[in-house]
Write a protein that binds this ligand. Structure first.
Ligand SMILES: [Fe+2]
Length: 263
C-alpha cells in the first residue's frame, strides 16, 4: 500500500478540495490507486491561506468521521504545507503550525514558485536545530532550483529531505518540470513521491503512474524507497534515513551496462 505525504484533501480551507463531496471523491481515487494513508497538508503562511495547527486537527477529525460514515477506509494524518517565512521555526517550536502527522519529527516546507529567498538556508537550519527535518515540497516546480539544482543539494546536505510531485514525473506541468524531476530523482535529491492533489479531476491523488516512470529513470529499488518505504516511515512517525537511497542508487541496474563494465 502507498502513503501520500502531500495532499490538499481537506475541504474548503485552501485551494484544494472545494467541499466534502469532492474530498470523498478524492479519497476513492486514492484507494483505487493503492493509497491507504494520506497526510492532509493544507497551505499555511503562504500569504493567502492560514491554517494553524488546531484548525487543521479539527478538520481532520471531521473528514475522518465522514470517511467512516461512507465506509471509506482511508487513514488521514494531519499536516501542513508551510510556506517558508521567517516566523516558521518559532511556529513549529510553539506548536501553532503542524509537523507531519503532528509527530514533531518532520515538516513540509514550500518555497516560492520562481525564487529561493536569501534567508532560506538560515530558516531551514533553525528548523533543523529543533530536530525537525524540513521536507522541501516539489523543488522541481521552482524555477530557480530547476536551473540551479546544486542549491537543492546544499539543502539536502544540511539535512533536509525533498518531495517530488507525482504528476511532475508524468508530464502534467510540462517538459521542463518533467526533466527536472528526472534529474533530481536520478541525482538522489528526492526522498518522497507524493500527489499534491487538489481535486478529483486532473490534479488527483494518484502516485502509481509516477512510480512506473521513476523505475524507468532509475531502478525498482529507488522507486520502492521514495514511493513506498520512506513515505510509510513518515506515517509511522519516523524520519527515513536518506543513506538507504544512496545505497540503491549505486545498485546494479542503476547505471548503464557500459559504465558498470568499465568501472
Ligand atoms: Fe501543495
Amino acid at each position: 500500500m502507498l502513503t501520500d505525504i502531500h495532499c490538499h484533501i481537506l475541504p474548503g480551507i485552501d485551494d484544494g478540495s472545494k467541499e466534502l463531496e469532492q474530498s470523498l471523491a478524492m479519497a476513492r481515487i486514492a484507494i483505487d490507486d493503492g493509497i491507504d494513508t494520506i497526510f492532509a497538508t493544507p497551505h499555511h503562511f503562504n500569504g493567502v491561506y492560514s491554517n494553524p495547527r488546531q484548525a487543521v486537527l479539527d478538520q481532520v477529525d471531521r473528514l475522518r468521521e465522514a470517511l467512516a460514515r461512507e465506509r471509506i477506509w482511508l487513514r488521514i494524518l494531519p499536516g501542513a504545507e508551510n510556506h517558508i517565512v521567517p516566523e516558521l521555526p518559532d511556529a513549529l517550536a510553539d506548536g501553532t503550525t503542524l509537523t507531519m502527522g503532528d509527530f514533531g519529527r518532520a515538516a513540509l516546507v514550500e518555497l516560492p514558485v520562481h525564487t529561493v529567498p536569501a534567508s532560506t538556508e538560515q530558516i531551514l537550519e533553525r528548523i533543523l536545530q529543533q530536530d525537525i527535518v524540513p521536507i522541501i515540497a516539489h523543488p522541481e516546480r521552482n524555477t530557480y532550483l530547476r536551473r540551479h539544482p546544486e542549491r537543492l543539494r546544499r539543502m539536502i546536505e544540511l539535512g533536509c529531505l525533498a518531495q517530488v510531485t507525482a504528476q511532475s514525473c508524468t508530464g502534467l506541468f510540462g517538459p521542463q518540470v518533467r526533466a527536472a524531476s528526472r534529474h533530481m530523482i536520478s541525482s538522489g535529491l528526492i526522498h518522497f513521491v507524493a500527489s499534491d492533489a487538489h481535486r478529483d479531476r486532473r490534479r488527483i491523488p494518484e502516485i502509481t503512474p509516477a512510480l512506473e516512470q521513476v523505475t524507468e529513470w532509475t531502478n525498482r529499488q529507488v522507486a520502492e524507497l521514495i514511493g513506498k518505504e520512506f513515505p510509510a516511515a513518515l506515517a509511522r512517525g519516523d524520519v527515513p534515513d536518506p543513506q538507504a537511497l544512496d545505497a540503491v542508487q549505486e545498485a546494479p541496474g542503476s547505471r548503464p551496462w557500459w559504465q558498470r563494465w568499465f568501472s
